[in-house]
Design a binder for this molecule. Structure first.
Ligand SMILES: Cc1cc2nc3c(=O)[nH]c(=O)nc-3n(C[C@H](O)[C@H](O)[C@H](O)COP(=O)(O)OP(=O)(O)OC[C@H]3O[C@@H](n4cnc5c(N)ncnc54)[C@H](O)[C@@H]3O)c2cc1C
Length: 500
């Protein structure tokens, strides 16, 4: 006899969407979360809640966000984000490696899944602050990312927890699932470690949604490569690859970009793991409006290659690969008003100076002569004849530099100058488990493992090399809902058959 119809492993966005979906079929659902309650919610709780969805115009947005006023609509160009645009972005940033079936599921179910989440009590709002600048009195959204959950990641987790409670879903914290109960044919539950000891819990179906392996320095070094143990973890310390490991242990197929991860520029002095009181604010995402130099005083990447949403997740790796794993981001007063709020927090590694000569002397770890020569060469190379516009790829570029900047180039000539030191912050890992069109985990022969489903960061095959901002939450929601629906259905069919 099973104790529960469905057991869900983890209590982040993917897990909670899975639990809510499974419950819709009448299944009894238990959620097991490794973290204590005050640290629960996984990486989801560290996010700003930005979520990438298809929308074909402002009417679609108003349906999701009925609080939008006529005045707000009048002063904003929301544009569209069609499924074609989403497909283009997924394929382009992953260098055409992403699994086309997974991408299709993600994209075609994105808007419908947000509508479903709204029905569960999750509220959304436009990301005015981070994704649109006011130019000539009007906001214009860019980069395909327009919506965030009300209250950011903490608000999203709270709304999902409350919804789970209303549906009679039980969540047990400080409950680390150790392995799956498996009889060589089907999964029939989990073994879990709690403060009271280890117990077995039987279930008709199990959904794994326990995140990636980014908080495990040994796995990072083993799979991402040498030096990755030196990265800082942006979010939860509990995502150490348990869900992936326990599925591989019973013969699940590994899938996707196992040497790849989402990693960003992150404050040099940030702690080893994320800090919920700071959330995502150790990140420093406004580099498209400045330049980055390394210990040798050199620029090393095109800071303006694309909108931030399409470069930030791969530039953490580039920074990790610099000497001593750091970079300084440099800005002048022409652009400091465009810097995101995260530049104004207290725990920030920042220097300012009235001249470039003084600034380079303050950049710890940097060769000052080489840096000054680089900044001088930079100032000579900016194509000032092209107008600057932060809302579009303005083509304001450089000429004659070994490392060009393609957009938003500005001379550094308006003091005081500001510089921020960043290192690599790893967000989540791209490799994971292989699922089929029902969210069911596949074994190494590519047959579905009866009773086992998966969703969220531990699913491989969607992201390779890079990632379009806001897709992690959307993927967790779409595939969580799918896995939960199918797990619930399978469990209830089993129940019906047993009763016959
Ligand atoms: C700082 C930061 C900012 C981000 N910003 C955004 C953003 O704005 N938009 C976006 O789309 N994405 C963002 N992301 C990525 C996003 O967090 C993830 O893609 C998404 O939240 C992952 O959801 P998930 O449910 O798969 O994993 P998680 O939310 O991490 O949940 C996994 C859960 O599994 C639990 N767990 C682990 N092992 C076990 C075990 N053995 N037993 C039981 N439970 C276990 C963990 O404690 C955790 O609660 C951000 C990430 C970070 C770190």
């Amino acid at each position: 006899m099973a104790d529960w119809d469905v057991v869900v492993v983890g209590a982040g966005n993917a897990a909670l969407c899975a639990a809510l979906a499974a419950r819709e079929s009448g299944a009894s659902v238990l959620v097991l979360e490794r973290a204590p309650e005050d640290e629960g919610g996984g990486n989801t709780r560290f996010t700003a809640g930005a979520i990438r969805t298809v929308y074909n115009g402002v009417d679609d947005l108003r349906a999701l966000m009925p609080d939008l006023t006529d005045e707000e609509v009048a002063i904003t160009d929301f544009g569209t984000y069609t499924s074609d645009q989403f497909f283009d972005d997924m394929f382009r940033v992953t260098q055409y490696r992403c699994d086309a079936d997974l991408a299709e599921t993600l994209i075609t179910r994105s808007y419908d899944t947000l509508t479903w989440m709204r029905g569960k009590g999750v509220r959304f709002q436009p990301i005015w602050g981070r994704q649109a600048f006011k130019v000539d009195g009007r906001f214009k959204f860019w980069g395909g990312l327009t919506i965030e959950a009300w209250g950011g990641g903490p608000g999203l987790v709270e709304a999902l927890w409350q919804s789970a409670a209303r549906q009679g879903i039980e969540i047990r914290y400080s409950s680390r699932v150790l392995n799956l109960l498996y009889d060589d044919i089907k999964v029939s539950g989990v073994r879990v470690k709690t403060p009271n000891g280890v117990e077995s819990i039987k279930a008709k179906a199990v959904v794994l949604a326990a995140g990636g392996f980014q908080a495990n320095p040994e796995w990072r070094t083993r799979y991402l490569g040498a030096g990755w143990e030196l990265a800082k973890v942006r979010g939860s310390r509990f995502n150490t690859g348990d869900g992936i490991r326990m599925a591989l242990d019973i013969g699940a197929a590994p899938y996707g970009n196992w040497s790849g991860s989402h990693a960003v520029g992150w404050d040099y002095n940030a702690p080893e793991f994320g800090d919920l009181t700071v959330g995502d604010n150790f990140q420093k995402h406004s580099y498209p409006f400045g330049i980055m130099i390394n210990a040798e005083g050199k620029r090393f990447v095109d800071e303006g290659a694309d909108f931030r949403n399409y470069t930030y997740a791969k530039y953490g790796r580039v920074i990790l690969n610099q000497p001593n794993q750091f970079a300084w981001q440099v800005f002048d007063q022409k652009v400091t008003h465009l810097l995101r709020d995260e530049y104004r927090i207290k725990r920030v590694t920042k220097v300012t100076a009235p001249t470039l000569e003084e600034l380079v002397g303050k950049l710890e770890g940097v060769n000052p002569q080489a840096a000054l020569a680089e900044l001088t060469a930079w100032n000579d190379a900016v194509m000032t004849e092209v107008p600057f516009d932060p809302n579009v790829k303005d083509g304001r570029s450089t000429r004659g530099l070994a490392v060009p900047k393609s957009n938003w180039a500005n001379r550094l000539d308006t003091p005081p100058y500001e510089a921020y030191q960043v290192t690599c912050g790893v967000t989540f890992t791209f490799g994971g488990l292989r699922i089929d069109g029902n969210g069911q985990v596949q074994d190494v022969d590519l047959a579905p493992i009866p009773g086992l489903y998966a969703a969220g960061e531990l699913v491989g095959g969607l992201f390779y090399f890079n990632y379009p901002g806001g897709t992690g939450l959307m993927s967790g929601a779409v595939f969580g809902r799918l896995a939960g629906t199918e797990a619930g259905k399978a469990a209830m069919e089993g129940t019906t058959r047993a009763a016959e």
